[in-house]
Design a protein around this ligand. Structure first.
Ligand SMILES: Cc1ncc(COP(=O)(O)O)c(C=O)c1O
Length: 419
């Protein structure tokens, strides 16, 4: 019989196999200094384009003050226990009510982490005879939630309404035999490539098919829509989203998340979300901190305006200089280049060391082989000067990528990796 660990000793996994070359630099890098547009990496000043602090709240003095006061008053333990047992407070209820009102839903329920929270939401919404239809490019938390489902599931091609319709036809036929219902899941904004989910067209299919719609709006909440209520508001279909999900980990620059929808559904979920029923409640500092952040989101439209000023400058600048930024319709700004993984490593090293630009690099297997994706997250704390410096640096690295500089620099690595 094999040792359970034998496979681990042999194969570190698609990303783990790069650990030796990548760890500490490309993955698990240590950014230092206060969270902002400029931080330090390995002692050097860098412009940071990889932090989801869209509205610049992470280090806002008013937020820091409220966080510090809440920590002084409650410590980091309070309240102890799961919500259902001993971890419920007035503040949790207040935050839920305010979130529900903000996203125009009857009720909301807090989640101590988005990832586990949405997994449990999917798990609790479907029974064995139900069918899930979801976008093939969904975030890992959606995929893991679907994995918990004991019944049938179908994926549809990424943001492809024709494919969704075909799969809804299959799912409808199947539901007629199982006697169950259908749950469709999309993201409000796909966080890797920045495209908004085609929510408006998806909900239009409710005329033809009977399904309920769950939207993960992690990147849309706070950044899209007239009031910042997200992709549903932006596309004018918030009412047709049956269960709305967003995390505090991006625009609200914190930890925690929530779901919102009809009161009866939220009441059901609060008694059935296993990752919340059997886990410690969202701590008070985070709850009080989220109330403050939500208040700022509601009352300081200039935060979103500043964000979009930077998004527009960055995206139009990249396009004008001939960069391929795909089909983003959100703040998430992907820059696609052609090259191997070792070339991508040399390029990012050059960007960081010689141009002081820190952005995330995404390669195969997350995107197709031969493509390099530099994923940029503009925030309200960036300046036009940051954008200009970055665009100039991108021009320079593109030239070096195209003239083979990075191929030569990474030749040894290319050979070693058989790229
Ligand atoms: C699309 C999406 N959904 C869910 C999550 C998980 O949220 P959390 O960080 O609160 O666990 C993330 C990452 O933060 C995300 O990008």
């Amino acid at each position: 019989m094999k040792d359970l660990f034998a496979k681990i000793y042999k194969d570190k996994g698609p990303l783990g196999k790069w650990a030796e070359q990548a760890e500490g630099y490309f993955v698990f890098p240590k950014l230092e200094g206060q969270i902002s547009n400029r931080m330090k990496f390995q002692g050097k000043d860098v412009i940071t384009w990889s932090i989801n602090d869209y509205l610049g709240l992470a280090n806002h003095p008013e937020v820091r003050k409220v966080d510090a006061e809440a920590a002084a008053e409650y410590g980091s333990a309070y309240p102890m226990g799961a919500r259902m047992m001993s971890g419920h407070t007035e503040m949790h209820e207040k935050l839920q009510n305010e979130l529900a009102e903000f996203v125009s839903k009857e009720a909301a329920y807090l989640l101590n982490f988005g990832y586990q929270g949405i997994m449990s939401t999917i798990d609790a919404l479907v029974a064995k005879d139900d069918i899930i239809v979801y976008d093939v490019d969904s975030h890992a938390c959606i995929i893991d939630g679907v994995r918990l489902h004991m019944g049938k599931r179908f994926t549809y091609k990424h943001n492809d309404i024709e494919s969704l319709e075909k799969n809804l036809e299959r799912a409808t036929k199947m539901a007629e035999t199982t006697g169950g219902g259908i749950l469709v899941i999309s993201e409000g904004v796909f966080g890797m490539r920045g495209e908004q989910g085609r929510l408006k067209e998806i909900v239009a299919l409710k005329q033809k098919f009977n399904f309920r719609f769950l939207v993960d709006d992690a990147h849309g909440f706070g950044t899209l829509g007239a009031t910042g209520a997200g992709a549903g508001e932006e596309q004018g279909i918030q009412d047709d989203i049956d269960v709305y999900f967003a995390t505090f980990a991006k625009s609200l620059a914190s930890t925690g998340a929530f779901i919102a929808g009809d009161k009866e559904i939220m009441d059901y979920l609060k008694y059935n979300l296993r990752s919340q029923m059997f886990a410690k409640s969202l701590q008070m500092t985070l709850t009080v901190g989220a109330l403050k952040r939500l208040d700022m989101l509601r009352t300081m439209p200039e935060l979103k305006q500043n964000l979009w000023k930077i998004v527009d400058a960055l995206q139009s600048g990249l396009k004008e200089r001939g960069f391929d930024i795909g089909s983003t319709t959100s703040c998430v700004t992907p820059v696609y280049l052609n090259g191997s993984i070792p070339e991508a490593m040399a390029l990012v090293r050059d960007l960081r060391e010689n141009y002081g630009i820190f952005c995330s690099i995404v390669v195969y297997p997350v995107i197709p082989k031969g493509l390099i994706l530099l994923r940029m997250i503009p925030t309200a704390t960036h300046t036009i000067q940051d954008v200009t410096e970055t665009l100039d640096a991108f021009d320079a690295i593109r030239t070096r990528l195209e003239n083979g500089t990075y191929k030569r620099m990474s030749a040894a690595l290319i050979k070693a990796m058989g790229e």
